[in-house]
Ligand binder design. Structure first.
Ligand code: KIV
Ligand code: ZN
Length: 406
């Protein structure tokens, strides 16, 4: 499923759970686990899987190679390997990616003065020449080459434009703009993409991609501004895992565009009402993918995490529960089933009302008379004062107790 810059009519989803996501402290995955996740990412419908950094370790090489072999089929996603802008890294990535039907080498070098001075100890003209040579080298292994000017968010825009023009002229088909340290604000990210479109003469020959970290909790909002200004590939991870505060979360980006598609459609040149999907993601696979990544990485999802947290579709207050039972639209902006959850969860606790209690009783198979219901409800309220959440077992015990004591 090769992607050409002029064929992008949707927002491409580049998943980096297995590369940047795995850089989360403590989230190491073995080869078999990476392969399992890659298969699920393919079912989810991501366009590109960044499978790892082959030069980093023999394990990463093997994982990228196996994913390229098993998941990188003719109608499967593009399989990508990361490489610094060095000959050894690029050759190693090319070797690992060899079995994939569609392969991408993603090479990067920093462009911010802070990185040039303190990390690379190189001048601007030196990094321009390195980027040119290494993009050209990557191009000898595959047509599909992505270039990232690391720390673009803190780079001088004029130098960034020059670097991107240079990378595209050397063969890059995707130029990725990373906010490596999660520093810039959403409106600044939007303006940066608009500036790139206006000032890089050959920009139409490449897909503009964005990559960002969540140090200030702004990554998803920044990406959405970037989309409005011309970004057509989003680099993200499942559950937002990644270096430090993590990367932009795939599920949040996809569902924001899905739920508000009338708002985003015009930025893709469509009628607001268009029902055509904005991404290739099968949203019904989102919850399952989130659970898989959480259990294999051991990184728990916070309960109040948007979209996939255990409370994301749960309603605790009596007023909200009553509203949702009458009509879900009262307190839900999306259907739990759209991310593959079986149903929303009414959490029964001390704030729950009779209506919620009766509905749960029906769901677990009890139809009580008004009289029995009143008595059981009083017992339930009593228990709820002592216990934070009331389980189905508690309810069953109350009902049996009440009905047998007659
Ligand atoms: O955050 C970053 O800059 C990266 C690059 C390698 C794209 O992960
Ligand atoms: Zn990153």
């Amino acid at each position: 499923m090769k992607v050409q810059p002029d064929q992008v009519d949707r927002i491409l989803i580049f998943d980096t759970t297995l590369r940047d996501g795995e850089q989360s402290p403590g989230a190491t995955l073995n080869v078999a686990e990476k392969l399992t996740i890659a298969k699920q990412l393919a079912r989810l419908g991501v366009d590109v899987i960044e499978a790892g950094f082959p030069f980093a370790s023999p394990g990463d090489f093997e994982a990228v190679q196996q994913i390229a072999d098993v998941v990188g089929t003719e109608d499967g996603p593009v399989i990508c390997g990361l490489a610094r802008a060095t000959r050894q890294d690029i050759e190693r990535a090319a070797a690992a990616l060899k079995p994939a039907a569609h392969k991408r080498i993603h090479t990067f070098i920093a462009t911010s003065d802070i990185h040039l001075k303190h990390k690379l100890k190189k001048t601007r003209s030196e990094v321009l020449a390195i980027a040119s040579d290494m993009v050209a080298l990557a191009k000898t292994f595959t047509d599909d080459v992505e270039f990232s000017p690391e720390d673009a968010g803190r780079s001088d825009p004029e130098f960034l434009y020059e670097m991107l023009e240079n990378a595209i002229a050397s063969g890059a088909t995707t130029v990725n703009i990373p906010d490596t340290v999660g520093y810039i604000t959403p409106s600044e990210f939007g303006a940066l993409i608009a500036g790139i479109k206006a000032n890089v003469p050959n920009i139409d020959q490449a897909v503009i991609s964005v990559h960002g970290h969540n140090d200030l909790g702004l990554a998803v909002a920044s990406f959405l501004e970037a989309v409005k200004n011309g970004a057509r590939q989003l680099e993200c991870t499942i559950n937002g895992i990644g270096e430090r505060a993590g990367n932009a979360a795939l599920e949040e980006l996809v569902m924001a565009m899905h739920v508000r598609r009338q708002y985003y459609n015009p930025f893709l040149g469509r009628e607001p009402e268009s029902e055509a999907p904005l991404t290739n993601i099968d949203t019904q696979q989102i919850y399952k993918t989130s659970r898989l990544v959480s259990s294999l990485t051991g990184m728990l999802v916070q309960p109040n995490k948007a979209i996939v947290g255990s409370n994301a579709f749960a309603h605790e207050s009596g007023i909200h529960q009553d509203g949702v039972l009458k009509n879900r639209l009262t307190y839900e902006i999306m259907d739990a089933q759209s991310i593959g959850l079986v149903d929303n969860q009414i959490v029964l606790g001390k704030h729950s009302g009779r209506n919620a209690f009766r509905t749960r009783l029906r769901e677990i198979g009890f139809e009580l008379s008004e009289q029995d219901l009143n008595r059981a409800f009083l017992r339930f309220k009593d228990l709820a004062d002592k216990k934070k959440e009331i389980s189905d077992w508690d309810i069953e015990a109350i009902v049996k107790d009440e009905t047998q004591s007659q």
